[in-house]
Design a protein around this ligand. Structure first.
Ligand SMILES: Cc1cc2nc3c(=O)[nH]c(=O)nc-3n(C[C@H](O)[C@H](O)[C@H](O)COP(=O)(O)O)c2cc1C
Length: 331
């Protein structure tokens, strides 16, 4: 089994990290591990698999995140995901939405470490690619010292290959999913302690990491860092990941070069009937502190949504951007 490099990843984000977003991110960093949006086992098993699971070959390494709590269904969904070519299967034990709680999966599984361990064991038995878990440090009244240990020890004993920890609790009653990403306080030290207690298990920290410099600081304590909102809302940050984290050259020196390289992909998608906006909606934060960034955004927002909008809309939007933004300036 090929072992994964966990040093830097972009978080799974519903409605955000779809296949077009991931192709865009891959043009900015060749090395980050990318995650899909969460897909439920029911959707994988009974839904339109090509639409839900299809992805572009350029996205590797890419992990499929599953939501579910039935070991047999998770094993089946993991097997299907592996068949599609995903490099890792991840189980969501962190999402706090009501819809997810009713399905008895996501963050509420923090209260059921034995069930989560059985889920992981079933997934491990079904696939050869790494199986990982993304969890919180606890929920509601749980003591994170106890709750995180219980989840971590259970899944590791079941064969879990790495653990991603969003370093705050989820409060399941009273907070919206969005509030649950901001209000419960971050506790990075709790995740560092988990790493010290489990030196042989890759531990990846997530939550509130604003940029690449801060990610590097976390790497002094844990094996990997996962960025969510900072990566999506300010994708220009990803241009410096390969050099700063992996000591390698980025695939493209500038955002403009990345867009140019992405044109054939966009053209092929348009030819298949994908609307331009479905792709360019992920580009909103592409330029930062560069003259013309606002005109770029406005052009895409106004012209990109029109029926039949084609590549020229993106080209015209890019033409508004004055200076070329080098990766170093972006860091
Ligand atoms: C729009 C959005 C959708 C999200 N969807 C998922 C999801 O499908 N699965 C998951 O495990 N976490 C999801 N998350 C949580 C992120 O993966 C991440 O844990 C959280 O945003 C904290 O990291 P950050 O502070 O770097 O953004 C989502 C977050 C956002 C902002």
């Amino acid at each position: 089994m090929k072992s994964q490099d966990y040093r830097f990843s972009v978080a799974p984000m519903m409605d955000w990290t779809d296949r077009h977003c991931r192709v865009f991110h891959r043009h900015l960093t060749g090395r980050a591990l990318l995650y899909t949006e969460m897909v439920t086992t029911g959707a994988v098993i009974h839904g339109d698999r090509q639409r839900l699971l299809g992805f572009d070959a350029s996205e590797h390494p890419v992990a499929l995140q599953l939501g579910g709590s039935d070991p047999r269904d998770l094993a089946e969904a993991a097997r299907i995901g592996e068949g599609f070519g995903y490099d890792e299967i991840n189980l969501n034990v962190g999402c706090p939405s009501d819809r997810v709680q009713n399905g008895r999966f996501g963050a509420c599984l923090m209260a059921e470490p034995e069930l989560v361990a059985r889920c992981v064991a079933a997934m491990k038995a079904a696939v050869a690619v790494p199986v990982t878990v993304k969890c919180r440090i606890g929920i509601d009244e749980q003591d994170p010292e106890v709750a995180l240990d219980a989840i971590a020890r259970g899944v590791v004993a079941a064969g879990c290959d790495a653990l991603i920890v969003h370093a705050r609790k989820a409060w399941l009653n009273g907070l919206s999913p969005k509030e649950n990403r901001d209000i419960p306080p971050l506790d990075y030290d709790r995740v560092y302690r988990l790493k010290r207690a489990m030196p042989d298990v890759p531990i990846i920290i997530n939550g509130g990491v604003p940029g690449i410099d801060e990610a590097k600081a976390h790497l002094q304590h844990v094996d990997g860092v996962m960025l969510g909102r900072a990566a999506y809302q300010d994708p220009w940050r990803l241009l410096s990941v390969d050099s700063e984290i992996f000591g390698e050259a980025a695939p493209h020196a500038t955002m403009q070069d990345a867009f140019e390289a992405m044109m054939p992909y966009i053209e092929a998608q348009l030819a298949r009937g994908t609307r331009l906006h479905a792709i360019t909606r992920h580009f909103v934060g592409a330029f930062h502190a560069v003259p013309g960034a606002r005109a770029f955004r406005r052009h895409l927002a106004e012209q990109g949504v029109k029926p039949g909008a084609g590549l020229e809309v993106l080209r015209d939007a890019i033409a508004h951007v004055g200076a070329r933004a080098p990766a170093e300036a972006a860091a």
